[in-house]
Design a binder for this molecule. Structure first.
Ligand SMILES: [Zn+2]
Length: 164
């Protein structure tokens, strides 16, 4: 799923872990559960609008991606004390799409970039999705797929406000 969803899940997990556990368990559980959440949330992304490739010519795609990116950055800023949960909930994306992809780009001198080897964590996500969520419809190219993600985001915001 998108940055905003992973960020909010990370905040939610950290709030819960710090509410119910004391040091050092609160830190350890936040790290562990936030990291695991990425795999479950991304596997569920099957029922959300999430095209594997960019569609710069599609206004809907562009506005949706700007919205989820910018709102993600705003949430990081507003909830910065929950950086631990936010960081670990986004770690597989940071590793696969930011770090590994960048290193690979530098390695490919002939202009061809092989993205196949960069999705280390997201291959695990694919396996989880194939093995457990095969029964869900694939809405990755359906524009109404933004609705499930918006509903998840709204519920997370309400939960965070109620818990804080
Ligand atoms: Zn991801």
């Amino acid at each position: 799923m998108n940055l905003i969803t992973h960020v909010l899940i990370g905040i939610f997990i950290q709030i819960l872990c710090f509410k119910f556990f004391t040091f050092p368990l609160n830190f350890l559980l936040t790290v562990f559960i936030a990291f695991l959440s990425h795999f479950i949330v991304d596997a569920l992304a099957k029922i959300t609008y999430h095209t594997p490739e960019p569609h710069w010519d599609d206004k809907f795609w562009v506005s949706w991606n700007i919205t989820v990116r910018v709102s993600g950055y705003i949430a990081i800023f507003l909830f910065f004390p929950y950086y631990l949960g936010m960081l670990f909930a986004n770690l597989p994306d940071i590793w696969d799409w930011v770090i590994v992809r960048r290193i690979q780009k530098r390695r490919n001198i002939n202009g061809k970039t092989d993205y196949h080897h960069s999705n280390f964590f997201h291959r695990i996500v694919d396996k989880i999705r194939e093995k457990t969520l095969f029964w869900l419809p694939n809405w990755n190219y359906k524009k109404f797929g933004v609705i499930p993600e918006i509903l998840i985001v709204i519920n997370l915001i309400i939960a965070i406000i109620l818990l804080r």
